[in-house]
Write a protein that binds this ligand. Sequence first.
Ligand code: SUG
Length: 448
Amino acid sequence: MKSYEVNFDGLVGPTHNYGGLSYGNVASQSNSQQSSNPKEAALQGLAKMKALMEMGFQQGVLAPQERPDVAALRRLGFAGSDAQVIEHAAKDAMPLLVASCSASSMWVANAATVSPSADTADGRVHFTAANLNCKYHRSIEHPTTSRVLGAMFADQQHFAHHAALPAVAQFGDEGAANHTRFCRDYGQAGVEFFVFGRSAFDTRYPAPQKYPARQTLEASQAVARLHGLSDDGVVYAQQNPSVIDQGVFHNDVIAVGNGEVLFYHEDAFLETDKMLAELDAKLGKCGGNFQSICVPRSQVTVEDAVRSYLFNSQLLSRTDGSMLLIVPEECRGNERVWQYLQGLTSSGGLIREVKVFDLKQSMQNGGGPACLRLRVALNQTELAAVNPGVIMTAPLYGTLTQWVDKHYRDRLSENDLADPQLLLECRTALDELTQILKLGAVYPFQIN
Ligand code: SUG
């Protein structure tokens, strides 16, 4: 049976703004307080989805969340009508209002970890929503994420959903941003590669000194257990703590993999040779031929990687066996990175083409092409069981661009977040969106 990697991209929500909320994420910190353009952000994301669909890749869409999150503000003690909750938060605790307005759910690589049915003990596709508990504004995503994923992948015969791990730092889980799957074919058993930043309980593992390591070994191990993965089908590796301290807050800022290929920076991992040997041996047992492409620091520094997001690219397998890299415009703007990419595609290796996308609105908050998508490998039967409302088509693209044009503002700054009208605009837009995507009631304002 034919199998596919389906990319579900996060649709940028109407409150997209630059809150400076992510310590350790260089772009988020350096663009703090700038005014944003939510309409442009959503259209940039949709343009990427349309382009991939037109190239023949399977493409889906993942809905944004209700923001401002009034229910989250109520849990923090703000009371009264919804408008009063927002007004009180704006007056007494602006940082909490900003956090409750973040459109960060657009970075769906952090929504969940997904294991395809070929890897799991019960033969179903498993999803674990990420607790994202390193940052408050992200820790409030998982309940709605779970409802949205449940509405997209509802058929229990094919799909199994796990709640987010316990919401404590020891089980910090950032989802697929630290998870890669290698395989010979999407429908065959593969090797799931979990990258962690620190261990919560084992002091032998080093930790970064400056910025937080968001993903723990213990969280990755728990996800592998929940999904019923076999020991032979899993490899764990530690991120180099010194790159976390240089702004590599997720592994997908320094490495990307797909099929049989890992594309990574020389400084990305600790004990790289041991890790590569284990990946090679385990993928070999699945009938695969592991290949790695190491980008040397002499050609691209970690700083270049963080600024250009070279590795936050989408590595896509084409039907002729070659690969295509989807990179953000910022890669073209960095001379060393662009030169490296020219050399890579002309060397006769596996990666033959680079396509550049303008995702500046998301990039300014540290979210590149890979952050914006959640990969779900599905066989034909499973794909047919996905809610068809979320699969990208030319008509859906048309409907969504019109929906964005109708509901989104083209300028948002911190003061606008306190406007109770913004909440009404968002709810009206999202109510319509759930009908367009046929999701049913998934938002707090629809179910409470
Ligand atoms: O968690 N930025 C996100 C970016 C996530 C990128 N995802 C991956 N690498 N997979 C984060 O740091 C910034 C929000 C703000 O500052 O307004 C933010 O949440």
